[in-house]
Write a protein that binds this ligand. Structure first.
Ligand code: KG4
Ligand code: ZN
Length: 335
């Protein structure tokens, strides 16, 4: 059994987790602390990098102590330390990565730098004994990615967004209609009282043969509708129609990718996978196609350190380490 402590600080959540696991056994999350900075950034309508990094460094020490206490372990028992090394905000990544390297160095244990997107991708399988071959859809604030997964660490990109990420589209549309940051969960709430067929919005590139996505045309269509409807605007209808257009596009392309890849398992991850309209559309589509849908529990969908710890644990068990001289990579691709 190996014990691993990981830090996530790529954007506006400061998170520390401790996991325990071994090859062939399900990984246990002994502690998972997430300190969200959303309230701090909300008044600015989005993430302010300087505020984010300052708060990561202020909050990390207490979060590490709390994780150690909650897990009921001693620092000397931790076998390896990990941190998100990218993609993300440089000044934020630097805080988590430097802290994890410092702890690894002091304890004389290995350090692992982890790709944030790999953390998301693996999160639906955290409680399982293995990561099966599958198709992965990562839908977060910064990324929309379709990945063919042969095994953990063995990835092939099938498609990605050509402009805005799905979560970014939610956030920008939320801002347009005056909802607080981040727009995704707010749009979901407002959309509950609306008619998803009220406004006709584009499902961009849905029928194109490639597997890339585009959400900027949808965002512009929402803007034109806002300008045209003015006083007649029905916000719940607009939110529901926008959400439905995103859901149809994501589900349509993903089910097509599943058909052509032949994979029988779909792993859905990232902050947007919290969206219940998206989850239920995927549940229906997967049931109809005999595909198993694997979605992480809500606490593992938005940014957290347990997913980073899990990705790091799999690498640690394979004997992999990252040199302490390795820098952070704000634009790190997954593949
Ligand atoms: O994965 P995540 O926490 O951070 C990134 O790696 O980007 O994803 C954050 C994104 C935000 O854009 C947020 O609006 C979106 O996930 N999100 C949602 C919901 N909850 C979070 N989007 C739609 N519906 C939700 N319920
Ligand atoms: Zn994320």
């Amino acid at each position: 059994m190996a014990l691993l402590l990981a830090i996530e600080s790529s954007c506006d959540e400061t998170a520390v987790a401790i996991v325990r696991g071994n090859k062939g056994s399900a990984t246990e999350v002994l502690a998972s602390e997430v300190s969200s900075q959303i309230e701090l950034h909300r008044e600015h309508g989005g993430v302010v990098p300087e505020l984010a990094s300052r708060n990561h460094s202020l909050r990390l020490p207490a979060l590490v102590s709390k994780a150690i206490a909650d897990a009921g372990v001693r620092m000397e028992e931790i076998d390896a330390f990990a941190a998100t090394s990218g993609p993300g905000l440089a000044s934020s990544l630097l805080i988590g990565s430097t802290a994890a390297k410092g702890m690894a160095c002091a304890a004389g244990r290995p350090f692992l730098g982890i790709n944030h997107l790999e953390g998301h991708l693996l999160s639906p399988f955290l409680g399982r004994t293995e990561v099966p071959p599958h198709l992965a859809l990562i839908v977060s604030g910064g990324h929309t990615l379709l990945i063919d997964v042969e095994a953990a660490g063995c990835y092939r990109k099938l498609g990605s967004t050509r402009d805005d990420a799905a979560g970014e589209a939610f956030d920008k549309v939320g801002k347009m209609i005056g909802l607080p940051y981040p727009g995704g969960p707010e749009i979901e709430k407002v959309a509950r009282g609306g008619d998803p067929a009220a406004y006709s919005f584009p499902r961009s590139m849905l029928h194109d043969p490639h597997l890339d996505f585009s959400f900027s045309g949808l965002k512009t269509a929402v803007l034109y509708t806002l300008q045209r409807e003015c006083d007649h605007l029905r916000v719940p209808d607009l939110a529901a129609s926008f959400q439905q257009a995103v859901v149809d596009t994501l589900v349509g392309k993903t089910m097509r990718a599943l058909g052509s890849s032949g994979r029988r398992v779909l792993g859905l991850s990232g902050g947007v996978s919290m969206n219940s309209a998206l989850r239920s559309a995927f549940e229906t589509a997967c049931r109809g196609s005999g595909v198993e849908l694997a979605v992480a529990p809500p606490a593992l969908c938005t940014d957290n350190a347990a997913m980073i710890a899990f990705a790091a644990l799999l690498r640690h068990l394979d004997g992999s380490t990252t040199p302490l001289s390795e820098d952070i990579h704000p634009n790190l691709p997954l593949v």
